[in-house]
Design a binder for this molecule. Structure first.
Ligand code: C2O
Ligand code: CU
Ligand code: CU
Length: 428
């Protein structure tokens, strides 16, 4: 529904029985009973209201990942929507075009609730992007990549909780599935023309990172990241995607002949976890698209303008008498504010890790300044999630704009998040 003031969407969270594996039934708990949830196509600057109705048997919280969102609509982890109730989220979308996604964010339960189906795409478009000759329409395809495991009867198998809230020691590394799904289907095939396609890749896995590449060879041209268009196209032979990261890429199938198969493979996986999806080039078609040499202008945030540098250590530590994942040695406690940046200020946040952690900030998109002390060369790009590899120090720089209030930063390995690797910050 739309009126002069806003665009309105209804998302009804409910269970549904789907055929994900051939011949078997899988009960998912998703938005509108679909997995992934419906793709919302929104417009930069256009107020968008999403009404989430909870028809499940457990409380939920919905967060727009990458959204520049006022705090009351951001999906704070204890803003529970109880079964049988609903909540309106208002997104002013005062932000550039980008591939965002929405997903559950309930404290201590995000891992299982996303696993069971609560995730979908939210695409923001704007005039700047539409003016570019990029592939569009049927040749602009969002691809949600995630791993799941299934029991023999087809049900989605999420390893159970330990009896202490938040603590799941056997799953310290996070929960991995053995079947890779793309838009909810295992090893799917997409029929494509001999033409350029824009693929919006999202890693919606709880804990798995991918190294994507094309087989039998071919270039992936990255044009966008978490926070929208890059300044210039970046040709890659492989693309790493940690949980929650997005990459907008162009793949040119005109390099292939009709009848050819092209596979998207995961070099970080073996056997079935190495297969993501395949494309069958099945026709010739006219293609007016192009990849412009200049895509956008991205302001480079200047470290000399930073008001301060804050340190955050992402490490394991003791939690409820067991082991959990902590930030600066503390488990998540809603309401305990770990940082109070001022509205409008530029700050540097220095993040360090013991093992790999994909770190995500709500509200504020950022730029990566340095990795292990080495300044990042190359043009600036807007990110909302950065993967710290083992024992790394990554400095990010950001400016807190738009809204005052309380937000979270956390590890986007969802089991790490549920095992308390999250912190509140408040923009004041
Ligand atoms: Cu995609 Cu706070 O999460
Ligand atoms: Cu987020
Ligand atoms: Cu982590």
């Amino acid at each position: 529904r739309t009126d002069g003031a806003a665009d309105y969407y209804d998302l009804a969270q409910r269970a549904a029985d789907l055929e994900i594996l051939p011949g078997l039934t899988t009960r998912i708990r998703g938005y509108d009973g679909s997995f992934p949830g419906p793709t919302i196509q929104a417009r930069s600057g256009r107020r968008t209201v999403v009404r989430v109705s909870n028809g499940l048997d457990a409380p939920t919280v919905t967060h727009l990942h990458g959204g520049h969102t006022p705090p009351e609509s951001d999906g704070y982890p204890t803003d529970l929507v109880q079964p049988g109730t609903r909540r309106d989220h208002t997104f002013p979308l005062d932000q550039r075009a980008a591939t965002l996604w929405y997903h559950d964010h309930r404290m201590d339960y995000t891992g299982p609730q996303v696993w069971n189906g609560l995730a979908g795409f939210f695409l923001v478009g704007d005039a700047e992007e539409e003016a570019l000759p990029l592939p569009a329409g049927e040749r602009d395809i969002p691809l949600m990549i995630c791993d799941r495991s299934f029991a023999a009867d087809g049900s989605m198998h999420y390893p159970g909780f330990a009896d202490r809230p938040g603590v799941r020691e056997p799953y310290m590394g996070g929960v991995l599935g053995d079947v890779i799904l793309v838009n909810g289907a295992p090893w799917p095939e997409l029929r494509v023309a001999r033409a350029r396609y824009r693929l919006r890749l999202l890693n919606a896995s709880n804990a798995r990172a991918y190294e994507l590449s094309l087989s039998p060879g071919g270039t992936i041209v990255q044009i966008g990241s978490d926070g929208g268009l890059l300044t210039a196209p970046k040709p890659l032979s492989r693309l790493r995607l940690a949980p929650a990261e997005r990459a907008d890429v162009i793949v040119d199938f005109s390099a292939h002949r009709v009848g050819d198969h092209v596979e998207l493979r995961n070099l970080a996986g073996e056997g079935p976890q190495a297969r993501v999806m395949r494309f069958l080039v099945d026709r010739a078609e006219k293609d007016d698209s192009a990849i412009p040499r200049t895509l956008s202008v991205v302001e480079r945030l200047d470290p000399a303008k930073a008001r301060m540098t804050r340190d955050f250590e992402f490490t394991s530590g003791s939690l409820h008498g067991g082991t959990g994942w902590l930030i600066n040695g503390r488990p998540y406690a809603p309401g305990r504010i770990e940082a109070r940046p001022r509205l409008g200020d530029v700050e540097i946040w220095r993040l360090t890790s013991d093992v790999a952690h994909p770190v995500h900030l709500h509200l504020a998109h950022f730029q990566v300044l340095s990795v292990n002390g080495e300044r990042q060369a190359g043009p600036p790009e807007w990110k909302d999630t950065v993967e710290l590899r083992d024992a790394q120090t990554v400095e990010i720089i950001t400016r807190f704009t738009g809204y005052r209030g309380r937000y979270v930063m956390h590890c986007h390995n969802l089991e790490h998040e549920d095992m308390a690797m999250m912190a509140d910050f408040e923009v004041v």
